[in-house]
Design a protein around this ligand. Structure first.
Ligand SMILES: NC(=O)c1ccc[n+]([C@@H]2O[C@H](COP(=O)([O-])OP(=O)(O)OC[C@H]3O[C@@H](n4cnc5c(N)ncnc54)[C@H](OP(=O)(O)O)[C@@H]3O)[C@@H](O)[C@H]2O)c1
Length: 492
């Protein structure tokens, strides 16, 4: 059949398509019409991932927890004393008792669904003369009190970090990918999520379907150019909430096709007929291939017309996924691998890849960790922790070993090395450095902000840096340029 030929258009299919995608709000929200035109939609929430805060009862840890909760994260607090933690942290966080120095306490209750870790643990240090119950002498951070360690630094700073990495490392590394659809483990969601969107919406007569076959999704049908049509597609209903693919680089699919060229389309607006972000991919006849679609290569289109000034793709808010076979590429250019008639594309999975872009394990360490024993160091000018490292059980030396364990773990990380921490208000400009030379003070408020903010800053990934506050001025609104000026760590 040629383009000029007319075929009988199916109004029923047209209405059914619009109803499925709720383009006709009345039909989309009316249950008996839904039954007539398709199944009633069931909303599916994204599985909730958990941020684990270790050392959550500490000066930095408790501030990190409250910031995460405010931002809507689901938070789990690793604490040694549950009752005390409840008083400090309140009821909006899940509290799990554990001790990082005792591997057996790091159970699946603690690690289940954890996708990010912020580690603010540290050897308990106190003035030799003793402290108040609220540890006011330790926390104030300005006046010097001769310190002593209460716990064993090797155990807390090094073995403890190793234990924590062993408990969650495997699952954090797995989270560098995010499965969107795994048709190898099929559920009934397919029908509730994916619907057919053929050229019937524009008067055409192409006809397709998507169904589960041999643990794959089979997108198949008959594409026709009659009535000036020429496309068949399947598309998901809008995700609610939209998928957050912020930390990922692109989409990976495992497909087996028929040698034709298909389109993969994402949308980052909830509009049904809005801008699509499109990528064309070729299939090999009857052979499984892996297709990688970098987000940066997506082309903004409106109905296959490229948008010169299209907004960049917003990977934080992905509303829908679409697979299409079309006679056209972009701007009315023809798809060179198109032929009308029967087609079939089998899909095993669709997932986001490249999630190692963002830090998944944030560690609060300390400035000075590389200074004990450094040749030429004038100890009189060094802060107490460096000067007294040996008397304090090698606290900084063991912290460095803990850092090394994280750096070599393969987990995307950020290591924050604060200078002396105080209880003063935050909000001063921050000074970042590398090489472990700076001295100064910084508020725990600012360190807690940093711990949370780096989770969304790719430039902070695989970076170890020192930080202190400047004496005057306003804190930078955007921390990205500060991180961009630092080089990532070089690990052997
Ligand atoms: N003070 C400074 O000027 C300074 C400067 C730079 C870096 N730092 C480092 O920054 C980090 C945070 O400092 P901070 O002032 O917030 O320290 P903090 O108030 O002493 O908090 C340390 C936290 O670690 C927990 N912890 C200790 N041992 C543990 C174990 N075995 N298992 C589980 N949790 C354990 C503590 O739990 P409990 O509440 O049960 O004791 C506490 O919640 C520490 O690593 C510290 O060394 C401090």
């Amino acid at each position: 059949m040629t383009e000029t030929e007319n075929s009988k258009w199916d109004a029923g299919r047209f209405v059914k398509t619009l109803a499925y995608f709720r383009v006709i709000p009345f039909i989309g929200s009316c249950s008996w019409l839904q039954r007539l035109f398709g199944s009633a939609p069931k909303q599916k929430q994204e599985t909730s991932s958990v941020v684990l805060v270790a050392g959550a009862t500490g000066g930095v840890g408790k501030r990190v927890v409250s910031r995460l909760v405010k931002r809507g994260y689901k938070v789990r607090a690793l604490v040694r004393d549950g009752k005390r933690a409840k008083n400090i942290l309140g009821n909006n966080v899940e509290i799990v008792e554990a001790d990082i120095t005792i591997q057996e306490t790091l159970t699946s209750e603690l690690t289940k669904d954890v996708t990010k870790v912020i580690c603010c643990t540290g050897t308990k240090v106190q003035p030799v003369e003793g402290d108040t119950p609220k540890r006011e002498k330790y926390y104030q951070g300005v006046k010097f009190y001769m310190p002593e360690v209460v716990d064993v630094p090797e155990m807390v700073e090094y073995k403890g970090i190793e234990n924590l990495l062993e408990a969650v490392g495997g699952q954090l590394k797995q989270n560098t990918e995010k499965m969107l659809f795994d048709f190898r483990q099929p559920t009934q969601d397919l029908k509730e999520t994916w619907g057919v969107l053929d050229d019937v919406v524009m008067g055409g007569v192409s006809e397709s379907s998507i169904r589960l076959v041999e643990n794959t999704a089979l997108f198949t049908g008959n594409v026709s150019t009659a009535n000036s049509g020429g496309f068949a597609s399947v598309r998901t209903r809008n995700f609610d909430p939209p998928k957050d693919l912020g930390g990922y680089s692109g989409i990976e699919m495992r497909v087996k096709g028929d040698g034709k060229r298909y389109k993969f389309i994402l949308r980052c607006q909830s509009k049904w007929d809005g801008v699509g972000y499109c990528y064309s991919f070729d299939t090999v006849y009857n052979i499984w291939t892996t297709v990688r679609i970098p987000f940066d290569d997506l082309i903004p289109v409106f109905r296959a017309k490229t948008l010169e000034d299209g907004k960049p793709f917003d990977r934080d808010r992905v509303y829908s996924v679409q697979l299409m076979l079309s006679k056209f590429e972009y701007d009315r250019a023809l798809n060179p691998k198109f032929s009308p008639g029967f087609f079939q594309l089998q899909v095993e999975y669709i997932k986001a890849y490249g999630g190692d872009n963002l830090p998944l394990f944030v560690m609060v360490s300390s400035a000075g960790v590389t200074r004990p024993g450094r040749p030429g160091l004038n100890l009189d000018e060094e802060p107490p922790a460096v000067r007294l490292n040996d008397q304090l059980g090698g606290i900084l030396t063991w912290k460095l070993r803990g850092e090394d364990a994280l750096r070599s773990s393969g987990i995307p990380y950020t290591i924050i090395r604060p200078c002396g921490m105080t209880e003063e208000a935050g909000g001063k400009p921050l000074i970042f450095d590398r090489g472990d030379n700076i001295k100064g003070l910084v508020s725990r408020e600012d360190i807690a902000d940093l711990c949370v903010e780096v989770l969304d800053i790719p430039e902070a990934n695989k970076v170890t840096f020192e930080v202190k506050a400047a004496k005057e001025g306003e804190k930078q609104q955007d921390l990205k340029p500060l991180f961009a000026a630092l080089n990532p760590d070089v690990t052997s």
